[in-house]
Design a protein around this ligand. Sequence first.
Ligand code: UDX
Length: 440
Amino acid sequence: MKITVIGTGYVGLVTGTCLAEVGNEVLCLDLDASKIAILNGGGIPIHEPGLLEMVKRNVAAGRLKFTTDIEQSVAFGQVQFIAVGTPPDEDGSADLKYVLAAARNIGKHMNEYKVVVDKSTVPVGTADKVAAVLQEELSARGVDTTFAVVSNPEFLKEGAAVEDFMRPDRIVIGTEDPKAVTIMRELYAQFNRNHDRIVVMDLRSAELTKYAANAMLATRISFMNELALLADKMGADIEQVRLGIGSDPRIGFHFLYPGCGYGGSCFPKDVQALIKTAAENDIKLKVLTSVEDANEAQKQVLLTKIKARFGSELQGKNFAVWGLAFKPNTDDMRAASSRTLIEGLWELGATVTAYDPVAMDESRRIYGDDARLTYAENHMSTLDGADALVIVTEWKEFRVPQFEEIKARLKSPVIFDGRNLYVPAQVRSHGLEYFAIGRR
Ligand code: UDX
């Protein structure tokens, strides 16, 4: 099948590449010429495990191409995926300007039946707006053709995006157009492992499904984060509680890890957008509003623990920070807890020496040349002369404990662990002070 993907961010590039991998011909469009230049030069503009190899393989096979040419891209695919960004507005609602601009461009140039697929996370009702824009453009040109709009939300996780796309739990297809259902079923047939994973539903339910999934996961995390605060006060161990409740199949083990708050491009934005959409429909989502509040508070939890241990006057102190990305296997620092921590430490007068296996360039891009933030060559060398170690992201290489060396290199033997990487008794047996999240 011939497919066009509009937008070469995480979702667009992964979608286009994985669809090419199973034999489709894919043309990816981006109006950002610098991104297309990187892609045409054999690179990728994001960090995502396994993606670069897959891009190269499919480009070499001639199945995957990149362009900035709108007319060419509209003419190319019978299926047109819209996978552009939906950044939050000032008020937290998703800004649809890129989605609607993409739809308008399709409408301006299409001359035959196309399936226009919303892959970006968009509020309920967006498909209707996309359809209206398409129709407006077709009518303006007097072109008489039909089209279908499909909502096909993406559930991929950064850092595991290729695997998530290639082996999906479910493929949600929202549309009222039977011909589009047939085309989408054919397109995704190769991703059905063992049993049919395609769930066909109406447009609005599909749009809501995406938000519901992310909101539910964010809720589990905030719930566990609050229980961890309680465990801290009560002398209980949240890790034991997690094992105790996760074994109930109705609850399950996934997304029950307490930490220093969730970040990334999806949870914070989608939770806010759903609250906003509900408010516009006169519904106050009380649970979700609290989930968001709890997460904002949780991003302060490491600072609170640092202040309790070192006081609020941190002039002259330096903290080693392990991990800048909002989670491992990505260089993404959007809404990352590391930013709340670093900026909070600065406000208290401290400086930071940070290390992240891939996100240090992104951090330099965000913070520029700030003398209060320096970068180390590896995680252990952040410790030299630092007053304490603060762990923000659970990269694999931080999990191997070298406690004697950590203790020797730090000025004071203190670890604040925002991701509960270690067994408290083991850390303490090396004479280190250990402050984790809800771990006695
Ligand atoms: C999420 C959804 O998982 C994915 O389905 C959706 O398509 C996009 O949003 P992503 O943002 O890439 O994916 O990362 P995810 O692995 O879900 O983690 C989000 C945040 O939650 C991270 O900051 C992570 O550290 C935090 N988290 C996750 C926890 O604090 N505890 C957990 O148990 C799980």
